[in-house]
Design a protein around this ligand. Structure first.
Ligand SMILES: [Fe+2]
Ligand SMILES: [Fe+2]
Length: 186
């Protein structure tokens, strides 16, 4: 798998997470309650996989290498980094609402839903932008040795034992939630 295919593969998992979160939001609208165990699992996935793994790969490895392949005048990452930051702020707000809810405060549900909906919209359009514009652009511009450098840096990040085993566990946990939230009703 090329490094860009690896990023696309991670997007696929992140999109599943967004679909599950959307189902949880609908559940809150209908039942006025949240499954705290499932939301806890999903927030762990968002923090550990979407942010600490995928977004860090893009910020620390993918864009710095891509920047070497383009003119300094081409601003390819400014908007992307701002959106990552905006997303992190929504994750903090969702985590705070989650904590308050687990302590018995049901008034935070409306806020939780508003923030979650904004986060879902932001990340879906962010991923669409990367998949349809940034990645094809990078595939055109990156030299073979830059692709190799990226591949090695990704592998090094994944090799840190805690990282790798944590990512496997997080994907398994997402898969379990997918079975619970995204199977079609028979
Ligand atoms: Fe991104
Ligand atoms: Fe991405």
């Amino acid at each position: 798998m090329s490094p860009i295919e690896e990023l696309r593969h991670e997007h696929a998992a992140i999109k599943v997470m967004l679909d599950i979160l959307e189902r949880m939001v609908i559940g809150v609208e209908i039942h006025r309650e949240l499954n705290t165990e499932h939301l806890g699992q999903l927030l762990d996935f968002i923090r550990g996989y979407a942010d600490e793994c995928h977004h860090i790969k893009e910020e620390d490895i993918f864009f710095p290498i891509l920047r070497q392949a383009v003119s300094p005048l081409e601003d390819i990452s400014g908007g992307i980094f701002r959106e990552h930051q905006e997303g992190r702020e929504y994750v903090i707000k969702m985590s705070e609402a989650f904590r308050a809810y687990t302590m018995g405060d049901k008034t935070v549900l409306a806020d939780f839903n508003e923030v979650a909906k904004t986060y879902i919209r932001l990340l879906r359009s962010h991923i669409f932008h990367e998949d349809t514009q940034i990645f094809p652009f990078a595939e055109n511009r990156l030299l073979p040795e830059q692709n190799e450098e990226m591949e090695e840096a990704f592998a090094q990040l994944e090799r840190k034992e805690t990282q790798h085993s944590q990512h496997v566990a997080l994907r398994e946990s997402l898969h379990q939630l997918e079975g619970l939230y995204l199977v079609e009703d028979l």
